[in-house]
Structures are given as C-alpha cells and as structure tokens.
Design a protein around this ligand. Structure first.
Ligand SMILES: [Fe+2]
Length: 347
C-alpha cells in the first residue's frame, strides 16, 4: 500500500519539462504548491505533497497566505524606491566595520561563489539589505524611505510560515533537538541590477550554493525593464538541482501569491542527511532587466551543538568528523568566512 502511495506521489511530483531559448534547452521544474487552508487544516494529502516536495526537490510553495500578497506588493514597491536613491545615500546604510558592525544594512556585491571551472566569481550585480526579524536595535533603517515597515510586516509573515513548515517536516523539536525560540530571523532584500553584456562572462546573478542555515523562506521574483513590470524572462530566475547527478532546473514560480521554502545545510546536518539542503542559483536576464525579491533565513541558536553523521561533516567548516560536535556558531562563522568578500578599505 505504502509503495503504491509513493508511486502515485512520484508521478505527481515528476511534472518537470523544458523550454527552448534560442538553440538552448532550459530544463524546468514545476513548483509543488499546496494551499494555506489545506496546510492549516493539516489535510493529509497536502502534507504528503509538502513533505515529498521538500525531500525530493528541495522546494515547495504555499498559496494564499492571508495578507501575503498585499504585504509582498508593498515591499517590492518600497524596495524599488530605496534602490532608486543615490548610491552615496544607500552606502551610508552599509555596515561600519570600524565600529564592529558586520553585515546588517546595505550590501553591494559582497559574495563570491565557485564556478564549475573552479574560479571564484564575485556576484557584483547583487545588492542586498539585511535586517533582523523581528525588528532589533541592531538593525539599520533608511530615513529617506520607510523600508522598515514593509520589511518587518512581510518578514514576520515569512517567519511564521517558515517555522510552521519546519515543525511539520521535523526540522524542529524532538527530531533535531533544535528550537528557534528567541532566535531572530535574518531578512534579506535582494535587488539584482541589470546585467547588460555581463551575462556572457558570468551568466549568474547569484552563483550555485546552498544556504548555510536551517531553512529559508523566499518570494517569487519581480522583474522590471525600463521601469515597467515584466514577466520573468525565460532565461532568468531561480534554478535548483534536485540531486547531484542532475542538472539545474528552472523553478516555474510565476504566481505572486505563493510563498516558497527551501532547506539549508544546517537542516541537513541536524537530520543526518534525512533532508537535504537545496542547491540553487539565480540566472541573469539579458539586457536591461532588474530583479527584486526577498529571502528570510532561519538560523539555529548559536549555542546549539549537533553531533552529525551527515556527509556535510566532511566539509572543513564542520571542524571535525562524523559524530563530532559542531556548534551553529562555528558553522555560521565559517560559512561567512568562505562566501563573503572582505572589503579591506572598510576594516
Ligand atoms: Fe541562497
């Protein structure tokens, strides 16, 4: 009986396809979506879809979370207003490293990722604004534009939903021994600048990586060309790899009323590979197209210690072998060291 259910599910979940872009074929992955109502009612079939999608594809969507669409549209409008400010004003909200500030606030082109050919490439067209959710005295907020209110309103909803999904799939509580009580989430506004001709040299707005925390909530992206909203260009968007032996597939996420969820590396470590982190990257749009979105990251408490048997223990960031202890503080700090580009001029 169980076998039959699994077979039916794998058919349900195997709805991927492809689209042609010039001479290139882009593999696509349709996003599995359940309704907020079904999630709240704990509809058994919907929960199976939710879990299977996260375990097999690493990504799932929940549609029609009350209040979500309005908060999302307000946030994107405000993110655009902030991005239109002069660069020197935006830079004034970057962390002041001399004062010991590390990452909250404005950030431009500070992450590097390893390309398949082994080269490390800086994502120089990626612009971010980081803030804790719920709001904290440590957060920096611009005076020219009220980014804080829509960031916090949307971030709170993303936080509530992400934590509820984590509980449903066993990432929190007795299965992992991890609780998020009192741990702030980290929100990240993302603005990808127009790529011009740079897409030939580096086709990615954001190179392939796995989020290093427990879990991530994210929005469908919004695209603009010459100030006008446009649909997601075929070549652009979020791509995920569902397993090591498969290529990256474009996630078809064109419904703005859908909130999405991905798995992070510490989630994989804490479940001993029971669930796997979602490898993903963002492909550039050609020409004068800009992209806006937001991600909300779930950290484990810094003092939480795991004794993992995951294959990720082989990563040097773990600082030991299978079964050895590793705190989230260690994993978090080592991950920042690996991916964040040091700006010597501000140290
Ligand atoms: Fe990511």
């Amino acid at each position: 009986m169980r076998k039959r259910v699994l077979l039916a599910l794998s058919i349900l979940l195997a709805c991927s396809g492809s689209i042609m872009k010039g001479s290139e074929t882009i593999e696509t992955l349709s996003l599995d979506i359940i309704s907020y109502e079904a999630f709240q009612k704990e509809d058994p079939q919907s929960l199976i879809v939710l879990k299977s999608a996260l375990y097999e594809k690493g990504i799932v969507g929940i549609k029609a979370v009350p209040g979500y669409k309005e908060k999302l549209l307000k946030f994107i409008e405000t993110a655009r207003e902030f991005s239109a400010l002069p660069e020197e004003i935006k830079e004034s909200y970057a962390p002041n490293h001399a004062l010991g500030e590390t990452f909250l606030g404005y950030e431009k082109g500070k992450e590097k990722f390893k390309r398949p050919d082994g080269r490390w490439v800086v994502d120089d067209l990626k612009v971010s604004y980081y803030g804790f959710v719920p709001d904290s005295l440590l957060n920096k907020w611009p005076l020219e534009v009220d980014l804080r209110t829509p960031f916090q309103d949307l971030g709170f909803l993303m936080s509530e939903m992400g934590e509820a999904v984590m509980k449903k799939i066993g990432l929190l509580g007795p299965d992992t021994g991890i609780s998020l009580d009192g741990v702030p989430r980290l929100g990240r506004m993302l603005y990808y600048r127009k790529s011009g001709n740079s897409a030939v040299e580096n086709p990615f707005w954001c190179g392939a990586h796995l989020d290093h925390g427990m879990f991530t909530t994210l929005l469908p992206a919004f695209y603009f060309a010459n100030g006008e909203a446009i649909p997601e260009p075929e070549e652009a968007g979020l791509f995920v790899r569902t397993s090591q032996d498969k290529g990256f597939k474009k996630v078809i996420a064109d419904d703005i009323d859908v909130m999405m969820f991905q798995v992070g590396e510490f989630g994989q470590l804490a479940t001993n590979d029971g669930i796997r982190a979602t490898e993903h990257r963002v492909h550039k749009a050609f020409g004068c197209v800009e992209r806006y979105t937001m991600a909300l990251f779930f950290d484990a408490p810094m003092e939480s210690v795991i004794h993992s048997y995951s294959e990720l223990t082989q990563d040097i960031r773990y600082g030991g072998g299978p079964g050895d202890p590793c705190s989230y503080r260690q994993w978090n700090e080592e991950s920042f060291k690996r991916y964040v580009v040091k700006d010597e001029s501000k140290n």
